[in-house]
Design a protein around this ligand. Structure first.
Ligand SMILES: O=C([C@H](O)CO)[C@H](O)[C@H](O)COP(=O)(O)O
Length: 210
């Protein structure tokens, strides 16, 4: 199981400061969609240059022009790029093809997918690297989470790694670990804590024991 730190509400200097605090306790740094919207792929480049030993995920949530966007994220230094599960099959296949060419990985974000089991089987067959259940900020605000969804995809995904994102905190992490995803994605559960290093270290320890 790996731990990914999601950075959503920071600029580039703040992102670098934050990663410095927790770098010993995480495997992947996510440059979140709001950061990419504010700063562009420069944020991916800056973080990869500052932390060459960490994997960097560009959370582009691609919906179209997938091959081109994966290529640009790869050029900026991203190791993993996200595409939406609701995108056309052509787009997802294009993203996978470009990622393979560049030696990078594709994570499919299943946010807002209605037939989760059916679509997970389909995208799994397209050769994607990760399939991620995700409760976004807007549904977290009304008390939703993705814990049951993780069980659903664990039951049908045969090739890809499984991941979960959305509102995971120290007190809910044990429930997530029980289902054994390959990747746990945490944003506010670390960035919103007074002692970010301690929160990341505790999460890493729980994941390693899980
Ligand atoms: O992908 C995300 C969200 O859509 C905003 O871009 C977050 O990175 C993801 O939800 C993880 O963050 P937390 O929910 O704060 O753990």
């Amino acid at each position: 199981m790996e731990l990914q730190l999601a950075l959503d509400l920071v600029n580039i200097p703040q992102a670098i400061e934050l990663v410095k605090e927790v770098e010993d306790h995480i495997d992947i740094v996510e440059i979140g969609t709001p950061v990419v919207i504010n700063e562009g792929l420069h944020a991916v480049k800056a973080v990869k240059e500052a932390f060459p030993n960490l994997k960097v995920l560009a959370d582009l949530k691609i919906m179209d022009a997938a091959g081109y966007e994966v290529m640009k994220a790869a050029e900026a230094g991203a190791d993993i790029v996200t595409i939406l599960g609701t995108a056309e099959d052509m787009s997802i296949k294009g993203a996978v093809e470009e990622a393979k060419k560049q030696g990078k990985k594709i994570l499919v974000d299943m946010i807002a997918v209605k037939d989760l089991a059916g679509r997970a089987k389909e995208v799994d067959a397209m050769g994607v690297d990760y399939i991620c259940v995700h409760t976004g900020y807007d549904l977290q605000a009304v008390g939703k989470n993705s814990f049951e969804d993780l069980q659903t995809i664990k039951g049908v995904v045969k090739n890809a790694k499984t991941a979960i994102a959305g509102g995971i905190k120290l007190d809910t992490l044990p429930e997530v670990i029980k289902v054994q995803p390959d990747l746990v994605i945490v944003g506010g559960g670390i960035t919103g804590q007074a002692d970010k290093k301690a929160a990341a270290a505790k999460m890493q320890q729980m994941i390693n024991q899980g």
